[in-house]
Design a protein around this ligand. Structure first.
Ligand code: HMG
Ligand code: MG
Length: 322
């Protein structure tokens, strides 16, 4: 039996984290209700007010595939320009990259799956074709002076193929490691990941690219996103994708739920003394706006607790005056 004082794992964890907000893209791409462009802009402005510095605002994909985000150019034209906030958008190919550049973005995110069936359903390409497209996008972006991140989907599991073997992930990362992406965002597209698997994935991928180049993009379908984020953090990952109120999913991944909710992530990090530069109260205001615009209660737990608490307080003060 082990005796003695357990060591506090928090002491060796990163003290600062980048939160990469994907609600306006990953969230809204999967909602039945398509928001008006003006409402998307209001939501993004509320996210900026909360202190978020990296926001994926839309997608330059085929409007036939994702009609909810067909207004990317118009939306970007409406957003306030700030030196301290980076807007980015998803691009599937060179045509998408050119649209992003023409819209004035200095950053874009290309995406591919590590499993064949999801790749076919999502972008109508094999994994090898998608890697070759990602290579072209990286090259053209560099020539245009743009930064690019690359998403890897179905890293933990695939809706069509089940659990993804870690060697498969490694094989794909090897082909992407030297293409000049500033970051690889590892996606648990359908939220099937558990902490043991996360530890193994982060450990293997960090043998190929630096930890600062890894982001975790966790969907919360089975409630394990925060646990997986904590494991990633404990291993030195410092970028986490999240979505306001837990909006999100993937229209070509049946069963994918929302992303890890931004407020849940920030609440946990704040409580651990990890700096994010984000104001939780203002994030709740953004979440409340997202909820109003979408027209339904969102899944974010901190958001619901904060709104419930506020409702109770309002009820107490109403009872006190009457
Ligand atoms: P395709 O039909 O095979 O494309 O779609 P194509 O190259 O044959 O072109 C067909 C038409 O689309 C042509 O127009 C092209 O010009 C046009 P037409 O001549 O018929 O009038 N087209 C475009 N239009 C606008 N912007 C473009 C573009 N490219 C071609 N960029 C394609 C292939 C990749 C375009 C399509 O499959 C597509 O747009 N897929 C996107 C699907 C998507 O957005 N999925 C969700 C995002 S991924 C995700 O959510 C996962 C992530 O969150 C991480 C995780 O959770 O794991 C990132
Ligand atoms: Mg996603």
């Amino acid at each position: 039996m082990t005796t003695g004082m357990p060591t506090n794992p928090l002491t060796s964890m990163p003290k600062k984290v980048d939160v990469y907000e994907v609600g306006p893209r990953d969230g809204l791409q999967n909602e039945l209700r398509t928001l008006a462009t003006e409402d998307k802009a209001r939501l993004i402005e509320a996210l900026i007010l909360s202190g978020l510095k990296r926001i994926e605002v839309s997608s330059f994909v085929s409007p036939r595939w994702i009609p909810q985000l067909a207004d990317a150019e118009k939306l970007i034209g409406m957003l306030p320009r700030r030196d301290d906030v980076i807007f980015t958008a998803l691009v599937p190919n060179l045509k998408g990259l050119e649209r992003a550049r023409a819209a004035g973005l200095q950053e874009a995110a290309v995406f591919l799956s590590v499993t064949e069936s999801h790749s076919q359903k999502n972008i109508n390409k094999s994994v090898a074709e998608a890697i070759s497209t990602a290579r072209e996008v990286a090259r053209e972006a560099r020539a245009a002076g743009m930064r690019v991140r690359c998403y890897l989907s179905t890293v933990w599991g695939c809706p069509y193929e089940g659990l993804t073997p870690v060697p498969r992930v490694v094989e794909v990362v090897k082909q992407l490691a030297d293409l000049g992406f500033y970051q690889l965002s590892l996606g648990d597209t359908i939220g099937v990941g558990t902490p043991g698997q996360t530890a193994e994935i982060v450990s293997e991928v960090s043998k190929l690219v630096g930890l600062e180049q890894i982001a975790l993009h966790l969907h919360d379908t089975r409630g394990t996103a925060l646990a997986n984020a904590l494991i990633g953090l404990s291993m030195g990952v410092t970028t986490f994708d999240a979505s306001i109120g837990g909006l999100g999913g993937c229209p070509y991944a049946p069963g994918a739920a929302g992303n890890l909710a931004t407020e849940d992530l920030v609440f946990m990090l704040q409580g651990m003394g990890v700096a994010t530069g984000i104001d939780l109260g203002k994030l709740v205001e953004a979440g409340e706006l997202a909820q109003e615009l979408i027209g339904r209660k969102l899944a974010g737990k901190y958001l619901q607790a904060a709104l419930g608490e506020r409702e109770k307080q309002a009820h107490r003060s109403r009872s006190a005056v009457s």
